[in-house]
Design a protein around this ligand. Sequence first.
Ligand code: GLA
Length: 690
Amino acid sequence: MTTTTFWILETQRTAYSLGVSPAGRLIHTYWGPKLPYREDYPIPQESREWASFNHPEQLTPEEYPAYGDYKFIDPCLKVTFPDGTRDLVLRFDHAEQDAQQLQIVLKDTHYALNVVLIYQVHPSLDLITRSIRLENQTDAPITVERVFSAQWHVPQGDGYHLSHLTGRWIDEWHLQREPIYQGIKRIESRRLTTSHHHQPWFAIDRGHADEDRGEVWFGVLEWSGNWQIAIESDIFHRTRVNIGVNDWDFALRLASGERYTTPPSTAGYTEHGFGEASRLLHDYIRTEILPHGTIPHQVLYNSWEATLFNVDVQSQGDLAEIAAAMGVELFVMDDGWFHGRSFDHAGLGDWWPNHTKFPDGLAPLIERVNGLGMDFGLWVEPEMVNPDSDLYRAHPDWVIHFPSRDRTEARNQLILNFARLDVQEYILDQMDRLLRDHRIAFIKWDMNRNVSQPGWQTEEHDPREIWIRYVEGVYRVWGILRERHPQVIWQSCSGGGGRADLGILRYADQIWVSDNTEAAARLGIQWGFSQVFPANTMEAWVTDWNQRQLSLTFRFHVSMCGALGIGGHLINWSKSDRDLAARLIALYKAIRPVVQLGDQYRLLRQTGFYAVQYLGKDRQNGVLFLFRTHAPHPTETPRLYLRGLDPNARYQIEGFDQIRSGLAWMRDGLQADLSDDFSSAVYRITRVNG
Ligand code: GLA
């Protein structure tokens, strides 16, 4: 046992301090820039009583407040003990710390329930990861009604603003920014997955931060199920963020001796605006979350928008031939290839090749694709079942349902209950077999509906645990498949961006960001997505949407801002389109390392214009994308000021004659001219040595 009762968690540029008050309460004292001296950090103190209505326990910024005592703030933890007591009084017991981790153990003053606060510091990323472990050391089960991962406190004060993301299917990733008023603002998912509608991400600033400047406190929940973020601001000028698994319709039965660990929440602080907040998350995702975060993704082709469910050896082979000639490296066959599948009303659950479409199985197509020099990938939707399938006919009880209720179908499908071990084992076996029997380099894992009638017939668990056990089941199956087939690259899709989060990115290498592939709409979608996620996770196809208005070059340039893919109907592309595509794919391959693995700077978003810059970590090479959508006349292309360059080094920007210092390109900028609506330009940035 250590005797320390005050901790300062330091990163390269930030510090976070907390400690135990004389009354034994764990108190948050500071989060911001690193301070010069240890004595600078405020020591933990109980606040003074304000009135009989506001005792110190409501006013003291507790690090992890539980429901109980004389406290009315939004708590992080709520439990019911076997005797019916619903009051939790946590006091410091002991702590353990090494270079990587701090664990602080709080105990209830009467019942043997331990609440372990776990902190992990990421020094070079200025981030801290928190999670909670509950340990029931009583001899009876405890009902847990809420267990969030963290409460994050911003400094006492007013005038804060919240940035968050909203959306819906084919319209994800809208960046919102609004003042934080007194009261509670909740964003959440109740859909079983992360959802298209909100993201488990927040950024809080003092009202005047921009992309480059200003303090920002930001964070995420690393979880792919129901979640909640609640920002509470009170009249005592305190603002705190609760973040964790949603307690909507939730309960967890913690048996005697059992433990439960929450998903992690990672958060950070920067003085350099929203741009740097994003870049810190990008680096964290690439270096610590993603399975293959430092390898650039291949240029892929996906068949969905071209052939929909009408896939067969001929149609796919024809597409593959054109794709290969253009320089595509990976050919992905989407929906429609498996037993019983001709449209969306049947087949899900029966994961073997459709013998009408593929009489000799998938091998002939895969061989053809491989023979063209490309890898082969496949679409699956493992958590789903159509009532019209062999699997459902054999196991109608395997879906999420209440026996007395109709089973609401969405897209003609029901959800297999991945909380059940037998379901997990069956799907694991099916997917494993697919991967063992075929040369598959890439899997797109889809999920095309949300939950209804969330019943689970279980004796062992509280049925309301389904919200967490389902997600743990998905993680388990995916994790085992990853271990057995480590070379496979996985994409997370849920009707586009319905399951994009840092939890799934421990299993999936990239995300299908949206089913909306209209390039002009995509600019806004990509802007929102980049708040949290790096470009290598952003699969982006060039398709035929709005091709009358949007040139092929424009469509390519938009997709080249992420992991480039092609999804158009290549048979209909003219020879000159295919030649142009080949040139743009070659250009993409040259800039791919800086786009996918470099630093991203969102330069400009204003009526009719977007500009994004990527710069290699060594600041030698970069690329600048500029887009004009519809800008009413009269208008001029805004001047662009580059970011991140070495100020004293000299750089050449493609298309501009002068070689200038990094400082000149950043402070004096450059004037491009996009005079036509829906036009775009790419400028490579090269450091000139000597
Ligand atoms: C979802 C995906 C699409 C496609 C279809 C196939 O909608 O988002 O990209 O894979 O399913 O049914």
